[in-house]
Structures are given as C-alpha cells and as structure tokens.
Design a protein around this ligand. Structure first.
Ligand SMILES: [Zn+2]
Length: 270
C-alpha cells in the first residue's frame, strides 16, 4: 500500500507523512483540535520554549562553542537558535544597560581613544543645535541606546573577521565564524552585561571601576575563547593559547570600532 499523499495547505507542495518537506507545515488531524491536545499544546509550548532557552544558555556558559558546533553540524532541534537567544538577551540587557559594554554613553565615548576628536564634533553640534552640553548629552544617550540595540550585530560581524585568518581551514564558511561570534556575544551579554548590571546595582557596585571591569572582561572572554577553541575549532596546546590571547586583542579593537561607528551613526541621526 502506498503512503497517503497530502497537499500542503501553506505552500501546495505534495508530500507523504505528517510534515511538509518544503515548509514544515503540519497536517492537521481531528485529534489535533481536541480540548485535551489544546491543553497539552499550551503546556508544551510554555515549558518547551522555556527549557530550550535555559538549556541553550546553560550550555553557552558551561560548554562554550558546543552549541555553535552542534548548529554547524546540523543538530539543531534540541537547542534554541543562538540568534534567538542573542535577541532575547539583547532585549534584556538594553532594558537596563548599566554596564557600558555594547551600550556606550556620551561620557564613555569621550573617554575612548578617539574622545579628543569627538569633542570637536560635539561642540560644533551643540552650537548649531543651540543647547547646552548636558541637554545634548541627555538627547544623545537616549538616541544611542536605541541604535546600539540594533547595531550589536555590527560588533558580531567585525569581531568574526579575524577568525577567518586565525582558523582558516577549521570551518569552511565565512558565516560559520559569524555564528561562532553570535555565541560569544550571547556569553558576553549574559555574563558581562546582564549579570554585572545586576551586581552593579547592589552593594557590590562600588568595587566596579575601569580596572576591575577590564580584568573581568579579559578573564571571562579568555575562558570562552579557550574552551570554544577546543570545542568549535578543535585547536589545542600553545597554538590555542596564542590564538586566544590574540583574539582578546581583536575583541577590544572590534569593540572600539563598533563604538566609533555607533558614535557617528548616533551623531548623524540626531
Ligand atoms: Zn509546505
């Protein structure tokens, strides 16, 4: 007996089985509309999304590089897509961006290596807008938070570029390195942006200064790069250590570049 053929309700493809092989649409049976299934669907939708989120986040923290490796090797259904994880964490961070990581207020920008150059641009802007510096700063900071939320992806792409040279043969595609950098961004959004923001608003806040924050950023990222270098790029021994240290420098450069682009986009859009 030949298996029954279905015509997909969403894309009109003809297929056998319960799921369309082109678009993934499910064939609805009478039982799918029963009240029991309805309750069951609510419960699974709720716990499933939840547990996938927590599982993927936990793996990103405990086994850096593992989820990215699973994704490029085609084992995807058990995890939340790292890009979705990225957007969820991004949303959570920018709700309350105390730690200046992917967000950069006007004061942070003025302390950057290009700060001196920015000062001139700002003073001419303040003059043409006919307002004082503190009002300008307020308008700028509101604008830049909104833009930074969208532009974190720019950091991800810039930071992934050196991986093409550090690990040229380990992953064939340009986008494999971007996928990897999405995981690194998730790690940083959670550890160095969200968790640190929470700590900063408690009594521990006064321990945070330029030096301690830099030490935390370097230590945590070195942990991520070393662990994921093994898991994702199959690198080992002194080469792994060397490449990870080089990558720490590139992360710093990428962050500065990203912030410079953010500055000009913010100024331009005011
Ligand atoms: Zn279909």
């Amino acid at each position: 007996m030949e298996p029954r053929k279905h015509t997909c309700k969403s894309c009109a493809n003809v297929f056998t089985g319960d799921y369309c092989n082109l678009c993934g649409e499910k064939v609805l049976h009478g039982a799918d509309r029963s009240f029991k299934t309805f309750i069951h669907n609510i419960l699974t939708a709720f716990t499933f999304a939840d547990s996938k989120f927590l599982k993927t986040l936990w793996l990103t923290l405990s086994k850096p590089g593992f989820v990215s490796k699973e994704f490029v090797e085609g084992r995807r259904v058990n995890y939340l897509n790292p890009l979705s994880l990225f957007f969820v964490l991004n949303l959570a961070y920018f709700f309350f961006p105390v730690i200046q990581l992917f967000n950069a207020s006007l004061n942070t920008q003025l302390l950057s290596p290009l700060g001196h150059f920015y000062k001139n641009i700002i003073s001419s802007r303040v003059a043409t807008m006919g307002i004082d510096f503190s009002s300008f700063s307020l308008i700028y900071n509101l604008k830049t938070v909104g833009l930074a939320k969208l532009m974190v992806m720019v950091f991800v792409v810039i930071a992934s570029l050196p991986m093409n040279f550090l690990y040229p043969k380990r992953n064939r595609y340009f986008t494999d390195h971007i996928d990897y950098m999405v995981e690194l961004a998730c790690f940083n959004l959670f550890v160095n942006a969200i968790v640190l923001s929470v700590f900063a608003s408690t009594g521990l806040g006064h321990y945070f200064n330029e030096l301690t924050l830099t030490a935390i950023f370097i230590t945590t990222n070195l942990y991520f790069l070393l662990r994921s270098g093994v898991a994702y790029y199959k690198e080992k021994s002194w080469k792994l250590v060397l490449k990870s240290v080089v990558m720490i420098l590139f992360l710093k450069i990428s962050l500065e570049l990203y912030r410079a682009i953010l500055f000009f986009v913010t100024i331009w859009s005011l």
